[in-house]
Design a protein around this ligand. Structure first.
Ligand SMILES: N[C@@H](CCC(=O)N[C@@H](CS)C(=O)NCC(=O)O)C(=O)O
Length: 312
């Protein structure tokens, strides 16, 4: 059993978004509990905690569940303020804006490039699972492979620009890293898993040095925790009271406690269920209850997640 304050990260080693958060935990020299999730659906121990959110990583603090790496990093930064990250200055703003570009476009290209480069070796269940996540893309091994030259060209044009933005700075955030540094790192970390960082960004020593500097943060100190024990922790604890809980009615005239569906922007078929407990310009908080978890509060960032009423 763990205590309410302990950091539990639900993730799997090959997940680049998880690597973003693991590196952040390293920067903070955190001690944390590591619950390894499956790479493909079904993920019953994760989705019972999240109301259906299937992606990695997920942060659990007792019975508060945080989805999406951006919100996870903000929450971790709140509970682990030292060492600080770069905020509210032009370098931090440009690093965080680059992170938006990474999430909206560049990382998707990197992921397709890495997977396409190994298309023939990917397990069939992974191909099927990811194809079902993006039904509009008709993902087959052949289609993945055919895209590789185009993706290589795109990345060879885009990625060296990061070196120009970094210029002579230690970090994209300036003297210390900003949230965006961890998002940018994820690109090069994933390319490095197939040894393509140097070939795609030859020269540009400043970027390679930055990567090496970031890498030294490590991943903090983690201990394995079974999914079963993570669920027991949720069942044995209560969610943090929501500070000034309120539900902004928005276009659907939302009411507190109403059943809703949340989905990540552009992924309408990924559905997360729960009772709407809080909705403002920053966060969405859903309440969910099950015998295995007790009451949990599931937190999402407001941006990139869409809330709809659940029509029963
Ligand atoms: N916006 C999410 C994206 C997370 C994401 O897409 N993670 C990938 C793994 S790196 C994922 O969950 N893929 C499907 C899966 O693992 O089930 C975040 O920032 O955390």
């Amino acid at each position: 059993m763990t205590t309410e304050k302990e950091i539990i990260l639900h993730h799997y080693p090959a997940s680049p978004y998880s690597e973003r958060v693991r590196l952040f935990l390293g920067y903070k020299k955190a001690t944390w509990l590591s619950t390894v999730t499956p790479v493909t659906l079904p993920k019953p121990d994760q989705t019972i905690l999240t109301g259906g959110y299937r992606r990695a990583p997920v942060l659990q603090l007792g019975s508060d569940i945080y989805c999406d790496s951006r919100l996870i990093i903000e929450e971790l930064n709140r509970i682990l303020p030292q060492p600080p990250i770069s905020i509210e200055n032009p370098d931090a703003a440009s690093a965080n804006l680059l992170a938006e570009l990474v999430d909206a476009d560049i990382f998707l290209k990197v992921a397709k490039f890495v997977m396409g480069s190994y298309a023939q070796k990917l397990p069939q269940e992974l191909v099927d699972d990811r194809a079902a996540m993006q039904p509009q893309e008709k993902l087959t091994r052949e289609n993945m492979e055919k895209l590789v030259p185009y993706l290589q060209l795109s990345l060879s044009k885009m990625l060296p620009e990061f070196a120009k933005v970094l210029d002579k700075k230690q970090f994209f955030g300036g003297e210390i890293p900003a949230r965006g540094d961890f998002a940018i790192y994820q690109i090069f970390w994933f390319l490095n898993t197939i040894r393509k960082f140097k070939p795609i960004v030859p020269g540009h020593e400043n970027l390679h040095e930055w990567f090496a500097r970031m890498k030294t943060f490590g991943a903090g100190e983690s201990t394995l925790l079974t999914a079963e024990d993570a669920l027991k922790t949720a069942a044995a604890t209560s969610p943090r009271p929501i500070v000034s809980a309120s539900v902004s009615p928005g276009p659907y005239d939302f009411k507190s406690g109403q059943d809703v569906i949340v989905h990540p922007e552009h992924y309408d078929h990924e559905r997360i269920f729960g009772k709407l407990l809080h909705l403002d310009d920053e966060t969405i908080i859903l309440g969910n209850e099950s015998p295995k978890t007790g009451l949990v509060h599931v937190h999402f960032p407001r941006l990139r997640y869409i809330v709809f009423p659940k029509i029963s």
